[in-house]
Design a protein around this ligand. Structure first.
Ligand SMILES: *[C@@H]1O[C@H](CO)[C@@H](O)[C@H](O)[C@H]1NC(C)=O
Ligand SMILES: *[C@@H]1O[C@H](CO)[C@@H](O)[C@H](O)[C@H]1NC(C)=O
Ligand SMILES: *[C@@H]1O[C@H](CO)[C@@H](O)[C@H](O)[C@H]1NC(C)=O
Length: 378
């Protein structure tokens, strides 16, 4: 502080410094090729009652779309998450040392206006569905999924209300999460799979819905193929959804213990297990049981130095804001935050590339050179 400033100016500066957290943009990382439009869409399944609400209402979900565009005419800074959700996340992660105001200060740079000639996608694009961890908002993966879309994939993430900590609908309805006990996990998993199956079925036949998720997508409701990725309980949901929906071409489980019938039934299509440090078949009996029953192409990796929430936006957020050192290593691990995000996006897109584009493992092999902390376990 300059010593010649009047005292009240100095006081004002201190006030301004401590009471505003300036806006910080989360960068797109990984193999970026495109700008991305983001959207939020509510869906109601009139044929299914909400099993959590138990008051006769139909099951409603919220989903986010991430649409890569080749000809963006105008970009803008979009809030990372809506205000109410941001303050809830501040409260939740404040317990780990993140300063109040963190989540409200973050932005993503997205496209809000495309040029008429957004024509580089002459063929339908592949679609990737995403389901997150128990008690966790889909928007805590906003940045990660923007980066996956930026590599050339249509992405849709789903919130499973009552299971997610907080879901806000466009009409203002808010659904806060309930505690789900261990005994209730299998039924919560069933609900997730039903949410995903409903979304997938709607997408397959409803071009006006597709247009809500991907405005201007020229191929109506046609996608090249579909894969599913999930984190934690969402990884279990990804496997369970593949079991139920044969046309899902492949899946990836980021650090999730397996639940439900897939442990005994297995899967016949490509599947990847990507675990944090010391989460492998040797330490997780559900992975051990499922592995021999995965009869398609499969890989298991372990990310040395990472922890469970490393596979979310938290590492990037704490790194960009300079707070990573304040968080204990048990929360996010010791891999630097931007690197951790890049690692996850690189492995996800390398797998998708193998699945949908090249049929070769080249990108996965390159990834293993770039990220020696990732060990192929099986
Ligand atoms: C965080 O900031 C909000 C908005 O400024 C305020 O209402 C809330 O009380 C603060 N919470 C804590 C724990 O300081
Ligand atoms: C198609 O999607 C739109 C937009 O979400 C929705 O309003 C409409 O009811 C859907 N149509 C059918 C047949 O489900
Ligand atoms: C790995 O996990 C197992 C089982 O949870 C545990 O017994 C072991 O101590 C862990 N090893 C390390 C190095 O953390």
């Amino acid at each position: 502080m300059a010593p010649f400033l009047p005292l009240w100016v100095a006081a004002l500066q201190v006030l301004t410094l401590s009471s505003t957290v300036s806006a910080t943009r989360l960068p797109i990382v990984g193999p970026v090729h495109f700008d991305v439009i983001t959207t939020s869409v509510p869906l109601t399944d009139a044929n299914r009652l909400d099993p959590f609400a138990k008051d006769g209402r139909s099951r409603s979900i919220m989903a986010s779309g991430y649409y890569p565009v080749s000809a963006c005419r105008r970009k803008h800074q979009e809030p990372y998450m809506p205000t109410k959700l941001a303050s809830l996340q501040d409260k939740k992660f404040g317990a780990y040392g993140l300063p109040n105001g963190t989540f409200g200060s973050l932005t993503l740079e997205t496209c809000d206006k495309i040029a008429k000639s957004n024509s580089c996608f002459s063929k339908p694009l592949p679609l990737v569905l995403f389901s997150g961890a128990l008690g966790t908002s889909r928007l805590l993966y906003n940045s990660m999924l923007q980066s996956v879309a930026a590599a050339g994939y249509l992405v849709i993430s789903v919130d499973h209300p009552y299971d997610a900590d907080f879901v806000e609908f466009p009409d203002g309805t808010v659904i806060t999460g309930v505690d789900i006990s261990d005994e209730e996990l299998e039924s919560a998993l069933t609900t997730r799979v039903e949410d995903i199956a409903f979304l997938y079925q709607q997408l397959g036949g409803n071009s006006s819905l597709t247009d809500h998720f991907f405005p201007g997508y020229p191929h109506r409701h046609r996608f090249a193929h579909t894969a599913i990725v999930g984190h934690s309980f969402g990884g279990a949901a990804a496997a369970a959804a593949m079991l139920q929906i044969p046309s899902l071409r492949g899946g990836m489980n980021l650090d999730g213990t397996m639940f439900g019938p897939v442990i005994t039934a297995g899967l016949d299509r490509p599947f990847v297990l990507l675990g944090h440090d010391n989460k492998t078949q040797e330490t997780d009996p559900s992975w051990k049981a499922t592995w021999p029953r995965l009869t398609g192409w499969k890989k298991e990796y372990e990310v040395r130095g990472s922890e469970h929430y490393g596979f979310s936006d938290l590492p990037l957020i704490t790194s960009v804001l300079g707070f990573q050192k304040q968080l204990p290593n048990q929360v996010l691990g010791s891999v630097e935050g931007r690197r951790m995000m890049k690692l996850t996006v690189t492995y996800v897109t390398a797998f998708l590339d193998f699945l949908f584009k090249s049929g070769s493992e080249t990108k996965l092999e390159h990834a293993s050179k770039d990220f020696p902390e990732v060990v192929q376990v099986a």
